[in-house]
Design a protein around this ligand. Sequence first.
Ligand code: B12
Length: 212
Amino acid sequence: MEPILKEIYDGVMSGNAAEVPVKVNAALAAGIPPATILNDGMIAAMNTVGKLFEEGEFFVPEMLISARAMQAGLAVLKPKLALADIKATGRVVAGTVKGDLHDIGKNLVCMLLEGAGFEVIDLGTDVAPEKFIEVIKEGKADLVALSALLTTTMPNMRATIEGLKAAGLREKAKVMIGGAPVTQNYADQIGADGYAPDASRAVALAKSLMGG
Ligand code: B12
């Protein structure tokens, strides 16, 4: 691994929100592709953080400061990730489902969707089914993007889809889902229109769901 990528990785691990953006800028200046900085530097570090949490080495505060450092780095990377070649069209309403506060993955998906030309309404985290339903009812979006990082909040994806059905709006919007514990199998089970394992494949999926 390039030394600068290792420094970004270490910066996210130790939660150094002041250093990570500086290092990300340095990596960009050195010509390292934004996707490499994201995947090998930042996402790799978050995966290690998750593992250490599982093993009882890290606790919630450590996860939180790592997340802050990652978000600081992402802010620098955002304009580079958003450089689109071909513009897609479509309006997406995105959010992390009710009970769930994880937003880094959802934010990345939103960034890349915007970069690809989609109009994105980001409802944030802990979003109740009713909020998604309201946006679809008002005709403001054609695609719902649901994120969940907890096995305990995944059922709120199903609840959102069921809510759309009950409101007679299921035909008005496609639904795509994602997040670390989510699988294609789960998407099939709950009647979602698609699943993607990462943000770039989320964009490809969104384009195909919108018929592009
Ligand atoms: C950072 C973090 C936190 C931070 C979140 C800060 C924030 N602003 O997001 C804080 C400290 C708040 C937190 C809290 C908790 N967390 Co936490 N957290 C994590 C951690 C380390 C990283 C998550 C992350 O950001 N990953 C990086 C991003 C880029 O990846 P991603 O989210 O998976 O997203 C990608 C894909 O999944 C996909 N994607 C994501 N969303 C969508 C949506 C669509 C539509 C599509 C198509 C694709 C897609 O694209 C993304 C980009 O490639 C994970 C470990 C892990 N490996 O996931 C644990 C983890 C998710 N947390 C966990 C737990 C247990 C908790 C707590 C319950 C801890 C506690 N005891 O309080 C709380 C719950 C709080 C709540 N109500 O939500 C567990 C979940 C276990 C489980 N299976 O349910 C994990 C897996 C850690 C572990 N190994 O045990 N956490």
